[in-house]
Every structure is written in structure tokens, then in C-alpha cells.
Design a protein around this ligand. Structure first.
Ligand SMILES: [Zn+2]
Ligand SMILES: [Zn+2]
Length: 360
């Protein structure tokens, strides 16, 4: 009896303290001085240090956009952020991907270039935002280098044309120290098939190679080699012999994945709703992508260490959709794979064979 009474007394005291604390916090939140103090702490915590060390030497890649054009509020369109030591590169910049990079508070001043796999809109639509993020305040040494298929110059010239007024307005407001007109705009490099090595210096080599995304010709994948570690990004492609060759024994392959079986179900549902044009679109796109099981075959045939499925069609919104998307692929490659979300990151430390999976 006495024990019960003392327990009740303890519960009462705990509840009283909890209510009192909540009341105190609510009251404190009304204080303008405390609000400002909290904001200052918050803003200081999210301010990026452009000179911060990026940690132990490694090659790493983070998925800044994991979906195809089919919408998903949790995912941006195609984008992979590649780090080689302190150097940063972005492969494709689809819709929402730069917001994702801003959310991660990356040091935009370190982005040295953009590699575009092909000229479909879901791979280039955020170029203007990436330009802004790497220009104002960033002391970019020149215009933003962009590598891509023939036609990339037309696209960057188009962005420059569309945003010329913006460049002028920001320069007029902030001045040359913050927004120099001399470095506004893009430095486009159209890839020649005769010169696929785009960069080879300080232990880092970036190679472009042709993939199969007809009628989108040319379309490229990219391979990064850094101090004995390696990764390949497929871009959009059907099952490609060249991709297998380029991915031979790499540590990580980021490969697109499209479930034609799920598209067939989406087509059936569209027809049932009388949406014949939508049904045709779902049928059209089956011809120029890879199924998850084909991506798994490519990874197996090339002997890659780890496979990351990205550029997902349809982007899975639920556990059940994930399971359906990879139904056949898990039979082809039961282990050493990851289904990307925005933020999925793979780190390959230099001087080691480790493949570290994580999330931003
Ligand atoms: Zn695409
Ligand atoms: Zn495409």
C-alpha cells in the first residue's frame, strides 16, 4: 500500500515537472530576445565553411536525384554528386536536384564542372539553379564548365540568353565582388567520341563513353577513376555492351532502372480510365531504358562490387512498390545492391577495398 502511494506521488511529481517545463518553454518562445538567439544559433550551424576539410581521402558519390520524370514528392530528377578528395562534380541536374544539394549545404565553391549524360530535360532542367548556386558568393574562377553531347553549347547558350537579364540585375545589386559578370554563364564542352577522356590530373580521370538511348544520340555514361577506386554512372540506356566493358571490376555502378512490367500495369490502368495518350507514352518509353534485372545482369557480367539502382521508373513511393520494382532483379543479383533514395551515398576510401554505404 505504502509502495503504491509513493509511486503515485512520484508520477504526480514527474507530470508536474513536465507540465511546468512545457509551460516554461512556451513562455520562453514568446521572448523576442530568445527567438533571435535561437535563430542566430541555427543560422550559424547551417552556414557552410567553404574551406572545411572533406575528411579522409576518398572517391564518393551521392544521389541528388533518384527519379525519372514520373513525379514523386520525395525525389528529384536525375543527379549524382561525385567527390574525389576535395574536388566536386555533378553528373546531370534534373528538376529539384539543386534544391537537394542546397539542403545538404555542400560547398558549391568546390564544384568544378557538370557532366551531362544526354539532352533530355530531366537531366538538364536545373542548370540555371546550379549556375546561380556556384556563381554568387562562390568566387568561381570562370564560367561554369559543362560537358555533354553535341548540342550542349546550344543549351547553355539558351540558358545564358534566358538568364542574361538576371545576371545583370544581380551584378547591379551586389557588385563584381559578389556577382562578377566576367564569370556569369557557362563554358560548354561538347564531347568528341575521339577524345573521351575529359579530365586526367592529380590521380583523377573522368571518361565518357557511349550508351544506347536511341533515338537520343549520342548519349553518354561516365566513369570516374581516383587513386585506385572507381565508379560508373550509366545515364539512360538499354542494356549496353559498352557499359559492361567500361564497368569491368569497378567498385560501384549507378545504373538506371525501369520496370516495364509496372509500366504495363500503368498502361492497363490508363486504358481503363480512357487515357489512351498516357497509355501510349508508357508503351513508348519501354524501348530505350533498362529493366532492373537488366541492370543487375550488367553489374554481374561486369563484376562490379556494388550496384546502385537510380533514375527509377516508376519511382517507388512505398515498400510494396519497391518490392515490385525489384521483383525479378533480386533473383539475378541477390546481394550487393542498393535501391537509391535521394541522399543515398557510397564512399570508397583511398588505400582500401571498403565500399561504405550511407545517407546524406
Ligand atoms: Zn532520364
Ligand atoms: Zn533520357
Amino acid at each position: 500500500m505504502g509502495l503504491h502511494r509513493s509511486r503515485r506521488k512520484l508520477m504526480f511529481t514527474v507530470s508536474l515537472v513536465a507540465v511546468f517545463t512545457a509551460a516554461l518553454v512556451a513562455l520562453a518562445a514568446q521572448s523576442e530576445a530568445l527567438q533571435d538567439w535561437a535563430m542566430l544559433k541555427l543560422f550559424a550551424a547551417v552556414t557552410v565553411d567553404p574551406n572545411a576539410s572533406s575528411g579522409p581521402d576518398s572517391l564518393s558519390a551521392a544521389v541528388c536525384g533518384s527519379r525519372s520524370p514520373i513525379p514523386d514528392p520525395q525525389r528529384a530528377e536525375a543527379c549524382v554528386l561525385v567527390s574525389a578528395g576535395d574536388r566536386l562534380f555533378v553528373v546531370d541536374v534534373g528538376d529539384g536536384s539543386v534544391a537537394r544539394l542546397r539542403q545538404w549545404a555542400i560547398p558549391f565553391n568546390r564544384i568544378e564542372g557538370v557532366f551531362i549524360t544526354h539532352l533530355h530535360s530531366d537531366h538538364i532542367s536545373d542548370l540555371a539553379d546550379l549556375h546561380l548556386a556556384t556563381w554568387v558568393l562562390q568566387d568561381r574562377p570562370g564560367k561554369l564548365p559543362v560537358y555533354g553531347p553535341a548540342g550542349i553549347e546550344k543549351i547553355t547558350a539558351g540558358f545564358e540568353d534566358a538568364y542574361e537579364i538576371d545576371y545583370g540585375l544581380r551584378n547591379a545589386h551586389h557588385g563584381d565582388a559578389l556577382a562578377p559578370l566576367a564569370t556569369a554563364g557557362f563554358d560548354a564542352h561538347a564531347i568528341a567520341d575521339s577524345a573521351p577522356v575529359l579530365l586526367d590530373e592529380d590521380g583523377l580521370k573522368v571518361t565518357a563513353f557511349l550508351v544506347q538511348h536511341a533515338p537520343v544520340v549520342p548519349a553518354y555514361g561516365y566513369r570516374f577513376d581516383y587513386k585506385g577506386r572507381s565508379l560508373v554512372i550509366s545515364g539512360d540506356t538499354t542494356k549496353s555492351a559498352e557499359l559492361i566493358e567500361q564497368s569491368r571490376n569497378v567498385d560501384v555502378l549507378f545504373h538506371e532502372a525501369q520496370s516495364n512490367e509496372m509500366l504495363a500495369l500503368m498502361r492497363t490502368a490508363s486504358l481503363a480510365n480512357g487515357q489512351t495518350k498516357r497509355a501510349k507514352l508508357f508503351e513508348d518509353i519501354t524501348t530505350y531504358h533498362s529493366t532492373p534485372e537488366e541492370a543487375a545482369e550488367v553489374a554481374n557480367e561486369a563484376g562490379v562490387g556494388h550496384l546502385v539502382y537510380y533514375h527509377l521508373t516508376p519511382p517507388p513511393r512505398t515498400w510494396l512498390m519497391e518490392k515490385r520494382l525489384l521483383r525479378n532483379a533480386v533473383r539475378v543479383r541477390p546481394k550487393d545492391w542498393t535501391l537509391a533514395e535521394d541522399g543515398t551515398q557510397v564512399t570508397l576510401p583511398v588505400g582500401s577495398a571498403d565500399i561504405i554505404l550511407g545517407s546524406r
